[in-house]
Design a binder for this molecule. Structure first.
Ligand code: ZN
Length: 136
């Protein structure tokens, strides 16, 4: 039996992943994998973490997440993380990427209430995103 905290985290993982995949989807609901340039339906994509999932500070942070094809994420993890690092440096700047790496080593606390608030916020974001995609 999962604790309440684990249950909220699971829901947040699910909803955040869906937002990330839809956020980068084109008008046909496809994403382009940055490693192999393959176009795939968002449902087949993975939501990948730059800073690993165990780090709660960045687990649901959109800056840390991008959609990729499942194949690259599963079978080319080293290549994938190199491309991911370059992509983030390109999109943001090197200092921010270093800051994320440094922060990920620090202790980070988040309460159940804060997690619940985040979940509610994410539900609204997802709803809006789907509406936008359907009206394109
Ligand atoms: Zn790929």
């Amino acid at each position: 039996m999962k604790s309440k905290r684990q249950q909220i985290i699971k829901k947040l993982d699910y909803i955040t992943s869906k937002i990330v995949r839809l956020k980068w989807a084109d008008n046909n609901w496809n994403i382009t994998c940055i490693s192999c340039w393959k176009k795939i339906n968002y449902k087949l994509a993975h939501c990948c973490h730059f800073i690993d999932r165990w780090c709660l500070q960045y687990r649901f942070d959109f800056d840390n997440l991008r959609p990729w094809c499942a194949w690259c994420n599963t079978y080319r993890p080293e290549y994938h993380i190199r491309v991911f690092t370059l992509k983030l440096i390109d999109e943001y700047w090197l200092e921010k990427v270093k800051e994320m790496q440094n922060n990920s080593k620090k202790i980070f606390k988040i309460s159940i209430v804060e997690l619940e608030e985040l979940l509610e916020e994410r539900k609204k974001i997802l709803k809006k995103l789907i509406e936008q995609l359907e009206n394109r």
